[in-house]
Design a protein around this ligand. Structure first.
Ligand code: GCO
Length: 264
């Protein structure tokens, strides 16, 4: 198989929420495959600058743009700046997201809405404005970062599951409406990965940590670098006839009902 299928040289990829965590891991994967990375964050310019240094230290061409993905005016302004200062966006990874772990009966409506806003509405907002150029150029890749919670529920993450389940179906509808323009829209559903977002539930001896290691056929938490391949595949020519598909990178979690903790 020609390795050029996975070559992203000359491509520009916007990865929302890519100053740290899984967003940075996927962006580094695309960068190592040749893409120029547009780094996005909304917390602080210092965080973006620190991330840019990290990308450049790995030989990746990266530019930073601070904007709030839930604010349509900021998204429109940022996309215009990116297009005039760097170039057209060929690849969009909608990764920015938040989680609030609260039992549904205790959850404030405002908190529920904030999770939906960031995790479901913002991929719509950013995609709606990036896709315009992709439609004109008759080419593009959009990847929505879904979750195990696109398929399964879990105590205390009801708002997040509602958002990520919705994002799975939004991905399918984007494919339905935009595939005719030679745009491929897919999702990546990470399993349980060792990141800052999961740090609170990943402590040795923490019941949830033991549960996940047992619930995952691979018997471990994912290493963020293990997400790079799926991101490169769905960003490259190799996936030009893949559309509306969620690639689960989960160590086998969704393949199994699980096993008793005393069984190997
Ligand atoms: C949780 C975790 C999960 C993972 C991931 C699983 O609280 O259950 O944070 O949400 O982060 O989304 O796919």
């Amino acid at each position: 198989m020609s390795i050029s299928l996975f070559d992203l040289t000359g491509k520009i990829a916007l990865v929302t929420g890519s100053t740290h965590g899984l967003g940075m891991s996927m962006a580094k994967g695309l960068g190592k495959a040749g893409a120029t990375i547009i780094v996005n964050g909304n917390s602080s310019q210092e965080k973006i600058d620190a991330a840019i240094k990290e990308y450049k230290a790995e030989g990746i061409t990266a530019y930073g743009y601070k904007f709030n993905v839930t604010d349509e005016a900021q998204v429109i302004d940022a996309i215009q700046k990116i297009q005039s200062e760097v170039g057209n966006i060929d690849i969009l990874i909608n990764n920015a997201g938040i989680i609030k772990r609260t039992p549904l009966e205790d959850m404030e409506v405002a908190d529920f809405k904030q999770v939906i806003d960031v995790d479901l509405v913002s991929p719509f907002i950013v995609s709606k404005h990036v896709v315009k150029g992709m439609i004109q150029r008759k080419e593009g890749k959009i990847i929505n970062i879904c979750s195990m919670m696109s398929e399964l529920g879990r105590n205390t993450v009801g708002a997040y599951a509602a958002a990520k389940g919705g994002l799975k179906m939004l991905t399918r509808n984007m494919a339905t409406e935009w595939a005719k323009h030679n745009i491929q829209i897919n999702g990546i559903g990470p399993g349980y990965f060792a990141t800052s977002q999961t740090a609170p539930i990943r402590v040795d001896g923490h019941p949830f940590n033991d549960f996940i290691v047992n619930r995952t056929p691979s018997g471990k938490w994912g290493d963020p670098e293990e997400l790079e391949g799926a991101a490169i595949f769905l960003s490259s020519k190799a996936s030009n006839f893949v559309n509306g598909h969620i690639v689960y990178v989960d160590g086998g979690i969704l393949a199994t009902i699980g096993k008793p903790s005393n069984e190997n």
